[in-house]
Design a protein around this ligand. Structure first.
Ligand code: FMN
Length: 205
């Protein structure tokens, strides 16, 4: 059975453009994969810590020497790692904040890049046979031809980190110019409709 992991980060609920992109993607994905399973990882509802000294100590202690406290420190990270290892397809839906991903998503990255689990000791990625689709919502437009193309750090960053853990098949769908929805210059439906062909293509693959 095909497994889809959906990682979402926006705090804006129904008003979130990235979450509306996810909804459209999911509708098409479910139609294309009627027997598929969707695992939702909503980072707004996940109590993710930033990296702490005790977490690092647990990370760098061989598992057979883990104390109960170390096991507890790594429990959520272990679960997040398992989710990505189990997935055939990972969707990450996120706003752009200050030219990069929100801190909640960066924290998720810090929890899923784990030596020996997602990253080999030789530096090779261990998440193989998995593809990713990244859904970005951003106030500005950063795609080819944009005068602020060089500020597209978020896309470069997520592509890089997914490649590092072994996911080389990465599709990015850029919901640029999303501020038009917030300013009432266009509707959410019209905005999503423009992205629909890309979303449906990525979901059908
Ligand atoms: C704190 C904050 C920082 C932002 N920084 C950027 C930015 O650097 N570049 C940009 O294009 N849009 C920026 N935006 C606009 C958001 O990317 C845009 O509102 C997007 O639709 C948010 O995603 P969501 O609708 O899924 O919550 C920022 C918004 C907020 C709230």
């Amino acid at each position: 059975m095909t497994k889809l992991l959906v990682v979402e980060t926006s705090t804006r609920g129904d008003g979130s453009i990235s979450r509306n992109m996810t909804r459209h993607f999911l509708k098409a994905w479910r139609a294309a994969h009627p027997d598929g399973e969707v695992i939702s990882r909503d980072l707004v509802k996940t109590n993710l810590e930033f990296v702490t000294a005790s977490w690092l100590q647990a990370y760098f202690t061989p598992p057979d020497h883990h104390t109960p406290e170390m096991k507890a420190s790594l429990r959520l990270s272990d679960q997040l790692v398992q989710e990505i290892l189990d997935a055939d397809h990972v969707v990450i839906a996120t706003p752009v904040y200050n030219y990069n991903v929100p801190s909640s998503l960066k924290a998720w990255v810090d929890h899923i890049v784990r030596k020996g689990l997602t990253l080999g000791n030789d530096g090779s990625g261990l998440v193989t046979n998995t593809k990713a689709t990244v859904l970005f919502a951003s106030g500005g437009v950063y795609t080819e031809g944009s005068p602020i193309r060089d500020r597209d750090i978020a896309t470069q960053y997520l592509r890089l980190i997914l490649n590092v853990i072994g996911i080389s098949d990465v599709t990015v769908i850029a919901g640029g110019g999303a501020k038009a929805v917030d300013l009432g210059e266009t509707t959410m439906d019209a905005f999503i409709e423009k992205l629909a062909p890309q979303l449906e293509r990525a979901a059908a693959e």
